[in-house]
Write a protein that binds this ligand. Sequence first.
Ligand SMILES: Cc1cc2nc3c(=O)[nH]c(=O)nc-3n(C[C@H](O)[C@H](O)[C@H](O)COP(=O)(O)OP(=O)(O)OC[C@H]3O[C@@H](n4cnc5c(N)ncnc54)[C@H](O)[C@@H]3O)c2cc1C
Length: 409
Amino acid sequence: MAAHPEPTREAGLAHLSAFMPRAGRNYARLRNFDFGPGRHAQVSGLSPWLRHRLVLEPEVIAQTLGAHGLSAAEKFVQEVVWRSYFKGFMEQRPSIWQAYRRDVAALAGRLEAEPGLRADYDAAVNGRTGIDCFDAWAGELVETGYLHNHARMWFASIWIFTLRLPWELGADFFLRHLLDGDPASNTLGWRWVGGLHTKGKTYLARPDNIAKYTEGRFNPAGQLATAAPPLREEEEHPLMPLPEPDVAVKPQRAGLVVTEEDCAPETLDLPAAPTAEIGLTATAGRSPLPVSDAACHFAHGAVSDALARGAAHFGVEGQQSDPEDWGAALLNWARANDLDGVMTAYAPVGPVAERLAAARATLAENGVSLIQILRPWDKAAWPHATKGFFKLKKQIPALIDAAGLSPSR
Ligand SMILES: Cc1cc2nc3c(=O)[nH]c(=O)nc-3n(C[C@H](O)[C@H](O)[C@H](O)COP(=O)(O)OP(=O)(O)OC[C@H]3O[C@@H](n4cnc5c(N)ncnc54)[C@H](O)[C@@H]3O)c2cc1C
């Protein structure tokens, strides 16, 4: 068993500090090389902590700017902002996630009914396709819960264009195993490779590129598709308005809900001091198929760590559970603690947001308001994530300035 990263803020911050010397020009030069399992030191490996917000994007960017300045660390800062871009984009086109959820559920049914599809799928996820690099990455993903970005691109491309498997099943395989499994980055990453994100523009994995960036560990010459015709979909995904934060609601007695979407509760700007605290996870809800123990363990541990910090910071008792029905669980907890408000960090599109949306009505019917707090970073970045990344990329200096992250300050 590979050692997994520790799901605590302390471990994330220590990892960030240790990576800092390599976040400048070194990162720009070496970030595309996948040196293999256990040898990913040229990229940060910060994604499990960032995804669960044990460590926050502005913290990473502030440290990076302090160590290198924007010019030398431009590439690393841009990569961190890609996460904000995908979250903002998905937030404004939520039908992409709904269609993906629907299609994964249908495909899970087809896996039961169609032996041919099942056999091809099993060969892919169990690393038995005969394409050495692909089989190794399938194994690395299951074993470690991580893949290098370039390997994710090659893997998704081979899955779609060489193995001709449905992209949604590949995205689901990632989401079930990645410790950083994220509805926005993952779904949109797969759609980008398949030509559904930037319409008509696909990513073709090429043997010479794989040989170069794996330093000759792999060379699948003659084994890969030589063309990548874009996938097509009938549905349009209209642009929706961004969420209005629930700022107007001022509860008398409010509790704090910590979820796997945001595990830094002590840094939230809350409308009231919490008198109780509860931690909830929705990790199993990432897929109709089983989510890996490692991904569940990381998310659960991240929430436990956040609860402990929140309890110390706010001087309240914290409790944790994994209920299916968040409406009933939150209502019971609100009643037991005499709450008229339930506060939580804004949950972007995904299983947590689905459960919170279902709980909102139950709570409202019983006089308890649900208050979601949008972080300033998201509020500033998301409006620029309506089209391609370039639009947000142009805003990076302004975002840095607005967040007070410039090292000269
Ligand atoms: C098909 C596919 C699926 C993906 N699925 C996920 C996913 O489920 N969860 C996830 O966090 N990332 C996903 N990514 C993005 C990216 O591969 C990972 O964020 C990155 O490899 C994490 O490793 P790192 O922390 O060492 O990255 P670094 O190279 O050190 O980058 C620093 C940080 O920038 C952010 N970042 C870097 N590249 C991207 C990117 N392309 N998109 C969004 N954010 C990025 C991450 O927060 C990362 O931790 C996916 C990419 C592809 C192509």
